[in-house]
Design a protein around this ligand. Structure first.
Ligand SMILES: Nc1nc2c(c(=O)[nH]1)N[C@H]1C(S)=C(S)[C@@H](COP(=O)(O)OP(=O)(O)OC[C@H]3O[C@@H](n4cnc5c(=O)[nH]c(N)nc54)[C@H](O)[C@@H]3O)O[C@H]1N2
Ligand SMILES: Nc1nc2c(c(=O)[nH]1)N[C@H]1C(S)=C(S)[C@@H](COP(=O)(O)OP(=O)(O)OC[C@H]3O[C@@H](n4cnc5c(=O)[nH]c(N)nc54)[C@H](O)[C@@H]3O)O[C@H]1N2
Ligand code: SF4
Ligand SMILES: [Mo]
Length: 864
């Protein structure tokens, strides 16, 4: 049994993993106890990685115009088309759109080719959709994009503010570290989020802020600290430059942020009482028309109170993707040149002489949204998309699809054959996936770790850096692209960080230039910049001082009567982005099988929209149908949908048909979380679900969504017209029942061996039965009898588990609520002892806490 240390491919926490290889493409995953990010912990997504490493759906061979092609032919074609386009229309007529899921080495090679050899800065990354506002805020405040904190600060803080972060779902291991601080040192937790998320449920104080109220809130908080005499005058004098008029420019009040005086006072008291404070911020801050200002409003508070550069303090932007940070380092953003350098003449000259390149980009390139607009307008004529799925993830994705459709030449490097973006590719290039590729990633706290290969490369898949290098060579740049492997690239990148640096930039890892191949193989995680890069109060500006930045709340947008509601979007606990990998896992698909629109009861009532029904969300850009969840956790007037569902997984529920292309004017980051919209009920003639061992080929339907279950698929459907649903069923022994009372038709199909192959339940206006038991029959050892199959429940009904919360031990809500009541459980440990729930990865623990609190509330109400 070989055990290999590697890093999780999902979020920016960057957890270390120990993978034990048990057979070909079979692994047992454990957290790496020695990794400084997680010390052995993993969340649900990391824990269940083994379910996502099969070769199902993989792109294994290059394709040209939809046909399998030789690598040579595909690479020649890409090189020739890019070279020809540059020759005819200039360097800015081509573009690379890359990703925080590339390794640093891949990123470095792509950036070098575009900026140094093609001579354009038209390389941007999906980090534009993710971190760009935080990057811009760092540059404005610190003079350089440097994250001033490390995870240890969270454990050493007495107060943690979470701003626009659903940490319990999106950075679960950071969440577990915050929980540790809470239980060990009594750290207080405040959550600032318009929604009552599971993260917010667990907080000491939740401020359900109005969408985009953050600048008003943080300005008001800083003004309050000034009034209370809590500014750090020494720190301000020695380490901070304050622009004139700053203190008068502190506009904004809690009311305009939708926050009542009492909770504001509670917040101010907590902040006043706890100098050891970390403010963690994420997409609720970044993805906004005022995202950069939000970042600076947060940083202003920390600078002015001296809460930075000391243990347990700091404004902490957490990264989304595993290597968003690595991309920022090498220069994968169109707004940076390379290794934290911008586009001054001196910097451009330095990069050109380091690369010994024939040319150099001398101005920023197009940022993601503008890049696709240029594609749409025909200014960019050839684009290469690597490791990202913009047809799903970009705002106003309809326009992006149109752009890709019109573009003369689209290249897509991916690990999956059929994605919404790959549908537009002239050339598809098969990349090595996690578990096959090799290189480094940098996490949110600047720790550089290795991803290592566990399996042999499948089919003809190749490393992303290799693919780019081969194209570069074919474009005539072979001398500068002669890397023998990732270690070679890493050394060159390390050297570039030190070249003409002379202490000007904190990003200097030139001490790692001498890393031998062997040392690279044996690399143990290390942070650049140390645990606290600003410990001496010295920042990356000519005078060494940080900057306070004047930021004002943006005026509320005028209400459009056709679109009076606001749409907020984000993530689910167990899905990763466009689901190309997590969507393969039955366990991860259990938590949420459909995309839900969460809506306040009043908004639903006004529009006669019922819980569990279907509703259509409309914006000027498009519309999409979602399953409705009515909830008090949502503010009135605002709705929330997840970003994950694609055309591969659903005929509705696609979030990015909806937002427009509004971006933050400084960072260019899209404002995904505050789009004007409306919603209406959708009348379906019939509804159905199908459990099947094979994925059904569906006709056009009003709505459908398919989720992975053990042994097959669960497909939910709704139709506006009559349809012959029987053609979705496989051949075999058909059992059938018409249930007049419930207005339902039920069909079960057994295969030659008597096992369930499919079951279909259709109703015109009735309630469909629970899916869990019948779905489990696809893999059940025992063969159920016909009446049970048609009833979708066993003869002797076992207890209904309810929706599964703990995916590690398959424990459902009803089971847990039952046990809490019957066995008087009062703590997470009690639940763990009784049911095992929450004792493995811990991702469900916030949800379990919520059930405990609800049970307590019910008891109290009963007692009153
Ligand atoms: N399970 C899971 N984890 C992930 C990912 C995933 O796809 N799935 N993706 C990773 C990536 S790339 C990223 S970037 C991170 C994102 O991690 P997060 O930023 O935590 O995730 P989101 O759900 O996008 O948004 C967070 C919260 O911002 C709130 N919000 C919206 N508008 C505002 C506002 O105006 N002010 C405030 N204060 N809050 C607001 C939303 O209600 C939402 O709850 O997650 C990473 N981790
Ligand atoms: N409405 C809304 N939209 C959003 C957001 C939101 O909050 N709301 N968040 C935005 C944010 S923060 C982000 S980060 C983006 C994410 O959006 P995307 O980057 O589009 O999402 P992914 O599904 O992660 O896409 C990664 C693609 O790369 C492929 N892939 C995986 N590994 C490799 C590899 O090693 N090499 C190659 N070549 N390919 C690989 C996968 O199969 C997949 O197709 O979405 C953004 N879009
Ligand atoms: S928190 Fe979860 S998804 Fe993020 S790196 Fe760790 S195991 Fe992976
Ligand atoms: Mo992200």
């Amino acid at each position: 049994m070989k055990k290999i240390c590697t890093t999780c491919p999902y979020c920016g926490v960057g957890c270390g993993i120990k993978a034990e290889i048990t057979a070909d493409r079979e692994i047992i995953i454990k957290g790496d106890e020695d990794h400084p990010a997680n010390f052995g912990r993993l969340c649900s997504k990391g824990t269940h990685l083994a379910e996502t490493v099969s070769l199902e759906g993989r792109l294994l061979y290059p394709e040209v115009a939809g046909e399998r092609a030789e690598w040579d032919k595909a690479l020649d074609l890409v090189a020739n088309r890019f070279a020809d386009t540059v020759r005819e229309h200039g360097p800015d007529s081509v573009a690379f759109y890359v990703s925080g899921q590339l390794l640093t080495e891949d990123y470095y090679v792509a950036n070098k080719l575009m900026k140094g050899f093609i001579g354009s800065a038209n390389i941007d990354t999906n980090s534009r959709l993710c971190m760009a506002s935080a990057v811009a805020a760092h540059v404005r405040a610190f003079g350089e994009d440097v994250v001033p904190c490390s995870y240890d600060d969270l454990e050493n803080a007495d107060l943690v503010l979470l701003v626009g972060s659903n940490t319990a779902w999106c950075h679960p291991v950071i969440w577990q570290r915050i929980e540790k601080a809470r239980s060990e040192r009594g750290t207080k937790l405040v959550v600032i989020d318009p929604r009552r998320t599971e993260t917010a449920e667990c907080a000491d104080l939740h401020l359900p802020i109005a969408l985009d109220g953050d600048v008003a809130l943080f300005n008001a908080l800083l003004a309050e600290m000034m009034t209370r005499g809590l500014l750090d005058e020494d720190y301000l004098r020695d380490h901070v430059a304050t622009p004139t008029g700053f203190w008068n420019g502190l506009t904004g009040d809690p009311a305009s942020a939708g926050i009542d005086p009492e909770p504001f006072d509670q917040l101010a008291d907590l902040v006043a009482a706890h100098p050891k404070m970390v403010t963690l911020f994420s997409q609720g801050a970044n993805q906004s028309a005022g995202g950069t200002d939000k970042g600076n409003a947060i940083i202003n508070l920390h600078l002015a109170t001296g809460r930075i550069g000391k243990s347990g303090t700091g404004p902490f932007s957490i990264t989304g993707q595993p290597n968003a940070m690595g991309g920022r380092e090498v220069g994968g953003l169109a707004s940076m040149l390379a290794v934290h350098m911008g586009f001054s003449d001196a910097e451009c000259d330095a990069a050109q002489s380091f690369w010994k390149s024939p040319t150099i980009a001398r101005k920023p390139g197009r940022k993601a949204v503008d890049m696709f607009r240029d594609v749409h307008e025909g200014k960019i004529k050839a684009i290469w998309v690597m490791a990202t799925n913009p047809a799903v993830s970009m705002p106003d994705a309809g326009l992006v699809r149109e752009a890709l459709d019109r573009c003369d030449f689209v290249v897509v490097s991916d690990v999956i054959a059929e994605t919404d973006t790959a549908a537009y590719a002239d050339v598809k290039l098969p990349a090595l996936a996690w578990g096959e590729k090799n290189g480094t990633v940098t996490n949110s706290e600047r720790v550089v770790s290795r991803q290592r290969s566990l399996f042999a490369p499948p089919g003809e898949a190749k490393a992303d850096w290799w693919i780019v290098q081969e194209v570069a060579r074919r474009m005539g740049f072979g001398n500068a692209f002669a890397f023998g492997g990732p270690a070679d690239i890493f050394r060159e990148y390390a050297a570039q960080t030190g070249f003409h640096n002379d202490g000007q930039r904190k990003l200097d890892i030139s001490e790692w230039v001498g890393t031998s191949d062997r040392e690279y193989d044996d690399w143990v995680p290390k942070a650049w910049g140390g645990a606290s890069p600003f410990v001496e109060g010295k920042f990356t500006s000519a005078d060494g001082k940080a900057r306070l930045v004047v930021v004002a709340p943006s005026a509320p947008a005028p209400v459009d009567r056709a679109f009076p509601l606001r749409l907020n979007t984000g993530r689910y606990r167990d899905q990763w982005h466009t689901m190309t990998r997590t969507g393969l896992s039955p366990r991860l698909s259990q938590h949420r099988r459909e995309a839900l629109v969460e809506i306040h009861p009043d908004d639903a009532r006004e529009r006669a929209i019922g819980d569990g029904t279907l509703a259509r969300i409309m914006t000027p850009q498009g519309n999409s149908i979602f399953r409705v969840q009515i909830t008090e956790a949502q503010r009135k007037g605002e709705m929330f949908v997840p970003m994950h569902w694609t055309d591969q997984m659903s005929g509705g529920g696609r979030a990015n048909r909806l937002p427009d292309q509004t971006v933050d004017p400084v960072s260019g980051q899209p404002a995904y979380k505050n789009s004007p919209c409306n919603i209406e009920a959708v009348g379906a003639k019939w509804q159905a679900f199908l459990v099947s061992s094979k994925r059904p080929a569906l006709p056009a339907l009003l709505y459908w969504t398919s989720a992975r279950i053990a042994g097959g698929w669960l497909t939910e459907m709704a139709g506006a017209d009559n349809m012959d649903v029987d053609r979705l069923l496989p051949v075999g022994e058909h059992l059938e029942a018409i249930d007049m009372k419930r207005g339902m038709r039920r069909v079960a199909v057994r295969d030659g061996e008597g096992r369930l192959a499919a079951a279909l339940f259709v109703t015109r206006d009735g309630q469909l039965p629970s899916r869990e038991w019948i779905a489990a029959q696809l893999v059940s050892e025992e063969q159920a009898d016909a009446p049970s199959l048609l009833a979708a429940r066993p003869k002797v009904a076992g207890p209904d588990k309810g929706a599964i919360l703990c995916v590690c031990f398959n424990v459902g809500v009803k089971q847990i609520v039952g046990a809490i009541g019957e066995q008087s459980l009062t703590s997470l440990d009690d639940i763990g002892t009784a049911l095992n729930a929450g004792t493995n990865c811990g991702s469900c623990r916030p949800a379990l806490s919520k059930l405990l609190i609800e049970a307590q509330d019910i008891k109290l109400e009963a007692a009153e």
